[in-house]
Design a protein around this ligand. Structure first.
Ligand code: FES
Length: 145
């Protein structure tokens, strides 16, 4: 299995690992396929994502994609943040082996779920954002706190 240099870099030196104590939104998703779990914290002010952190019990590709996803989302408006998909994250990483594509979906869904949490907490509607869904492959997990 061949990983790009960028994937290896983000796996060996993941950016934005940790948590944000006063996060504006927190999203936790699990991957039913492999059992891995991803948690994303967002700090949002004036409609802009000021900070993002993640924690994962996930594989190397999950670490690399969430590292890249948090890098991509910081500084973005909510509207721009919504456009970050697993595809754009994979492109930014110069690709992933096909069997690892589902890992990048975990990162995308955790971001969306954190944005959903933010919208819920602030009683706002974010246009184009759908409620985290229970699909065949992914299950939304209620935040413990
Ligand atoms: Fe589970 Fe990659 S194998 S997230």
């Amino acid at each position: 299995m061949q990983y790009s240099e960028k994937v290896m870099d983000h796996f060996m030196n993941p950016r934005n690992v940790g948590e944000i104590e006063d996060a504006s939104g927190v999203g936790t998703v699990g991957n039913a396929k492999c059992g891995d779990i991803m948690k994303v914290y967002l700090k949002i002010e004036d409609n802009i994502v000021r900070d993002a952190k993640f924690k994962t019990f996930g594989c190397g590709a999950a670490v690399a994609t969430s590292s890249m996803a948090t890098e991509l989302i910081i500084g973005k408006t909510i509207e721009e943040a919504l456009k970050i998909t697993n595809k754009s994250v994979m492109e930014a990483l110069d690709g992933l082996p096909p069997v690892k594509v589902h890992c990048s979906c975990l990162a995308e869904e955790a971001l969306q779920s954190a944005l959903w949490d933010y919208a819920k907490k602030n009683n706002i509607t974010i246009e184009g954002l759908e409620a985290p869904k229970d699909s065949d492959h992914h299950h939304h997990i209620e935040n413990e706190e």
